[in-house]
Design a binder for this molecule. Structure first.
Ligand code: GDP
Ligand code: MG
Length: 904
């Protein structure tokens, strides 16, 4: 800042020159005349004097700055070859409390200063504008003159040329390219020349004018902007100067900290930036020299300090991009960094300051992520995980009234209780007959027209492995029909089905099946059901129990009647207009047709060509196929249908939705993929830990590696769950890879590199894969019954168990007498008390039932003859190899070791 005179200073601070001079004198400054120059240093001196004078008297501080410091240590992992580092992490927090009155005053003065600055700046702009206009005027005039001059020159030249040509070759007239019309009008050469002249003149003038105008405008603009800048700078200086002097006079305590300290200055700038809202308002940690820990009183008018210690107070604010960062319920650290356009490292560092030590791929929760985003100066936006999906749902408008729809009925019950047979009877089809091993392994969806209306049935498998399928069946349904064989009663999956129905909150109808059989006991079944809180109407409960026979058809009509009555009670309705929505019942990969998904439409109408979004997949429904294999054009609510056209088999149980455009579908699909990734990572994270603990201090666990391919998603899930359940502490089942569809060469290649067996459930290997299996000796097996596959895997695991050694004592003899012979050493005369003695089996010598020696026999004789075996109750002579100490009364025990293969 340039020096000012005392007079100027007095003007800026709004004091009389005399008063100011007196104050300066008090401050030890030598100024006596109003025109004496006051330097920056002198100003500072004056300020510190004023501060001393007024500050002490002021008593109460106006502003308190509290600083808190926490120190913690952090150990970094050792870098390869290096040592672990211990880093002291010091977190400092500064909080400034300002008296309300002070704040108001500050605001007031800032407002005034700003207002003044604005006025001056406006004036400057006005002036600049006027100058610009004047400059432009001058330019225009100059251009005009130049244009005329140039044009005249050009015209003259052109005229001369024309004249020359006129007087020369008459044939050359054409060269002038005069339009024919003009010739017809009999234009004289003079006229033509004049016209030419005029045109050339115009062109040249236009050109020159434009160029000159451009240059002039640029110059004017530059001049104007420079002027504005200059002016602004001046105002800034003025303001700064005034503030410096006004502040102590107006409010003396303010002057206390006016002396600018570099450190404070950095704060000052921050403060200002906060006001403009450009950078992060909090700075909790600060590296650098240690600061005083105790409460510090720092009544600093920071803006002023800054103004003083800088050459000029105005600084071009660096506009920082503030992103709105949307955060779901959790987020991966690296993803978060990406959303803020920051390096992952920086985000990790911020987290570390907050006491969270994380890795780039770790998942952090919403709240933590929010703090990080704020800390890094961006705006967190907490979104619900389903926001995107919700908006998609909201975008669907279904006009039309909800109409009564058919009930969706899921048949559940224990295996072999007759579920499929019952459905077959109802549908007059023969599904059960064609099933592998006679058990249902897929969820089946059928719709049946009864005289009283349509019913859609979902058939579920009863085998224990299909829990997930049953749960899904119960979820998509309106009514559960529980099939219980009257001759078998409530069995494990019967009980499970009751639980599923209850969990889904759907009504239950009991179909007591096989009533044609003789060995039925209704009361027993009813009481078993009541033990599960399923109480029939006869017994005062509210559950309908219908006696049926899938074999004879007895009671089937009553069952359908019961279902329809229940459906009426439920008042099931759906809007059939608008885009379809529903659930994926099952999916598979068909060799020729690609992914085939069985969908149950719950709302709206699904049409051929609709864009279907199911889970993370989307595609156009190329074809709709009903349960009888017939192509249909559209299906309405409560109807099952198979669709072709998805890029892959969607997860069974996923919801599907018809979406209007590709972009929306992709957006939601991408979002779901990201979310799944997050969930997987969470899971992997926890698994890692679990495994770590589980394997601690344990020898390596043997594992059966499996590559599993199945026909449909549902079986894949069921098998995966069942196989994983087989794992024990000693042997683990490891599903290296799994999928839906035929076994391909790549699967075999993977099997080879991982030492896996390849299991196909209702799928076969293609030619290339089969050949590769044969060449490479890969174990390839096909199954069509779930428990056979599971049993085989269990056997394979058993093969990996270390076999058990079991000892059987096969004979025992007592030593009666001991002979010493030179040939055999010690020979013992024995009596076989139990079993038989065998020459080739291992022995133990026991003395008073304590083992004293373990080894084998040197010889076994009977009446001087070497024998292999001596039976119970006979006498014999024996010598023990390598043992001479045998005594009368000892027992010799012969045993054998049986290696027993263990099974799970
Ligand atoms: P699911 O496993 O529950 O689907 O049972 P299935 O429909 O496959 O039937 C199992 C067995 O029970 C088959 O051998 C059927 O023939 C037999 N079965 C089913 N319903 C009846 C019935 O009402 N009466 C008799 N006697 N046998 C039945
Ligand atoms: Mg079945």
């Amino acid at each position: 800042m340039a020096d000012v005179t005392v007079k100027q200073l007095a003007e800026t601070v709004g004091r009389s020159v005399d008063v100011l001079l007196a104050q300066m004198r008090d401050a030890g400054l030598s100024h006596t005349s109003p025109d004496a120059a006051v330097s920056d240093i002198e100003k500072q001196q004056l300020l510190s004097h004023l501060k001393r004078e007024h500050g002490e008297a002021a008593g109460q501080p106006q502003k308190i700055t509290l600083q808190r410091k926490t120190v913690s240590t952090l150990k970094t992992a050792p870098v390869t070859g290096g040592k672990a580092k211990t880093v002291n992490v010091e977190v400092r927090k500064t909080k400034t409390y300002v008296k309300r009155s002070l704040l108001e005053e500050q605001e007031e003065s800032t407002r005034e200063a700003e207002e003044q600055a604005r006025l001056v700046a406006e004036e400057a702009v006005r002036k600049a504008e006027a100058e610009r206009v004047a400059a432009e005027d001058a330019v225009r005039r100059a251009a005009e003159e130049a244009r005329i001059a140039a044009a005249e020159e050009e015209a003259r030249k052109a005229a001369e040329e024309a004249r020359k040509q006129m007087g020369g070759d008459a044939k050359d007239n054409r060269k002038l390219s005069v339009p024919k019309v003009d010739v017809k009008k009999l234009e004289t050469p003079e006229e033509r020349a004049r016209r030419e002249e005029q045109a050339a003149k115009d062109r040249a003038a236009e050109d020159v004018r434009r160029r000159q105008e451009d240059a002039a405008r640029k110059e004017a603009e530059e001049k104007a902007s420079q002027k504005t800048l200059e002016q602004a700078r001046r105002i800034a200086e003025e303001l700064a100067g005034r503030a410096q002097t006004v502040a102590p006079a107006a409010d003396t305590p303010l002057a206390r900290g006016l002396v600018g300290v570099a450190y404070e200055d950095s704060f000052a700038r921050e403060d200002r930036e906060i006001k403009r809202g450009t950078t992060t308002p909090t700075r909790t940690a600060k590296k650098g020299p240690k600061k005083r820990e105790e409460q510090t009183f720092r009544p600093v008018q920071r803006t002023l300090t800054s103004a003083l210690s800088k050459k000029h107070g105005f600084e071009k604010p660096v506009e920082k991009q503030v992103y709105e960062v949307s955060i779901g319920e959790s987020i991966v650290v690296s993803d978060l960094a990406q959303k803020m356009a920051k390096k992952t490292r920086e985000v990790i560092r911020v987290l570390m300051k907050m006491g969270e030590v994380v890795t780039a791929e770790q998942v952090i929760d919403q709240a933590t992520a929010g703090l990080v985003v704020e800390e890094m100066g961006h705006a967190p936006k907490f979104v619900s995980e389903t926001a995107l999906e919700d908006s998609l749902m909201d975008s669907i408008v279904r006009h039309g009234d909800a109409k009564t729809r058919a009930p969706v009925v899921t048949i559940m019950g224990h295996v072999d209780h007759g579920k499929t047979s019952l459905l077959d009877y109802i549908r007059r089809a023969k599904v059960a007959a064609g099933e592998a091993g006679g058990i249902t392994q897929h969820i089946g969806a059928y719709h049946v027209e009864t005289p009283r209306g349509m019913i859609t049935f979902l058939d579920t498998p009863g085998h224990a492995a299909f829990t997930a399928m049953r749960a899904r069946g119960a979820k998509a349904t309106d009514i559960v029909v529980l099939v219980v064989a009257a001759d078998d009663g409530v069995m494990p999956q019967t009980a499970e089905a009751i639980d599923h129905a209850r969990a889904s909150g759907v009504p239950l109808i009991v179909a007591m099946n096989k009533v044609d059989k003789e060995s039925v006991d209704f009361d027993r079944v009813l009481s078993e059901l009541s033990a599960k809180q399923v109480i029939c109407e006869e017994w005062g409960g509210d559950t309908q129990v219908v006696k049926v026979s899938a074999k004879t058809g007895f009671g089937i009509d009553e069952l359908l009647e019961a279902i329809l009555i229940q459906a009426e009670l439920l008042e099931l309705t759906a809007v059939s207009e608008g885009p379809a929505q529903g659930v994926v019942i099952e999916s598979r990969i068909d060799k020729g047709r690609g992914a085939v998904a069985t969908l149950l439409v719950q709302k709206g109408t699904l049409k051929q060509g609709d864009l279907v979004l199911a889970g993370t997949l989307y595609g156009r429904a190329r074809a709709l196929i009903d349960e009888n294999g017939k192509q249909v054009k559209s299906v309405g609510p409560s109807m099952p249908v198979e669709i072709l056209g998805l890029p892959d088999a969607p997860g069974a149980g996923d919801e599907f939705l018809v979406v209007a455009d590709d972009r929306k579908a992709r957006e939601v699909a991408d979002f779901r993929i990201a979310r799944d990734r997050q969930v997987r990572m969470d899971l992997a994270e926890s698994m890692k830990l679990e495994n770590l603990f589980a394997n601690m201090g344990k020898a390596e666990v043997a594992s059966v590696n499996i590559i599993l391919k199945t026909d449909v998603r549902g079986s894949l899930e069921a098998l995966t769950a069942a196989l994983n359940d087989l794992s024990t502490d000693e042997v683990r089942v490891k599903i290296v890879s799994s999928g839906v569809g035929a076994i391909a060469e790549s699967d075999v290649a993977l099997a080879e590199s991982t030492g896996s067996v390849v299991l196909g459930f209702n799928v076969r290997a293609d030619n290339a894969a089969r050949a590769k299996c044969q060449n490479d000796g890969i174990d390839l097996r096909y199954y069509s019954i779930i428990y056979e596959l599971i049993d085989d895997v269990r056997d394979a695991m058993s093969g990996l168990l270390t076999p058990e050694r079991r000892e059987n004592i096969v004979g025992m003899a007592q030593v009666r007498e001991v002979f010493h012979s030179s040939k055999f050493g010690s020979a013992a005369g024995c009596m076989v008390l139990e079993g038989s003695l065998f020459k080739n089996k291992p022995i133990r010598v026991l003395r008073e039932d304590v083992v004293v020696f373990q080894g084998e026999l040197e010889s076994l004789r009977r009446f001087k003859e070497d024998v292999m075996e001596v039976r119970h109750g006979m006498e014999c002579g024996l010598a023990v190899k390598g043992y001479k100490d045998i005594k009368a009364g000892d027992k010799v025990e012969v045993y054998e070791v049986q290696i027993i293969k263990r099974s799970l």
